[in-house]
Design a binder for this molecule. Sequence first.
Ligand code: DX5
Ligand code: ZN
Length: 216
Amino acid sequence: MAKIISPSVLSCDFANIQRDVEMINNSNADWFHVDVMDGVFVPNISFGFPVVSAIKKHAKKPLDVHLMIANPDQYIQDFKNAGADILTVHYEACTHLHRTIQAIKQAGMKAGVALNPHTPVQLLEDVIEDLDLVLIMSVNPGFGGQKFINNAVLKVEQTKNLIHKKGSHAIVEVDGGVNLETGKLLIEAGADALVAGSFVFNSSDPSATISDLKAL
Ligand code: DX5
Ligand code: ZN
């Protein structure tokens, strides 16, 4: 399968959000990565439903919504209504993860689970067959522009092995500190999808940077 590039709109210019959404529409990107932070699960607040809906209004590609929030179960239908196509919750935020995954799928979205850098891949063993996506965090969630944690490369390999062992169809996405150098290591380790925020939006030509990632 060709790899998926999911630019993170967290690093876009929110005063020009339509322009940046159109840039992604017209680029070689596959998805929009949409980071929702609540100031409780992570030490930062990003945006909520009105912004997700505004992105959806202009987006011509799927919304890959990454929830960094406590009690995600409470908002599953709201994110569906706001336009999420893939909804990823954090393992660390879900007491009844199996139930949460089923609820996301019943609402008509693809279900993903994200793992913080300290959370072992093996903890997904009993739900991996139900998942569409595993999101390996290569930074501690909460902020764009952080340094890549190298252990994520090993975790990609471990996740691919678990997926293979269990016959799961889940894909492996990686988020945080992705650039051409770290992206190459991740693709070599078997990553299917790369998120990139600051590397794309801080470059002089974001669309060309997306193409460079896609060509890895
Ligand atoms: C971090 C977010 C990321 C963030 C990545 O908590 O989940 O999606 O936008 O930003 P970069 O690519 O700058 O590390
Ligand atoms: Zn993210």
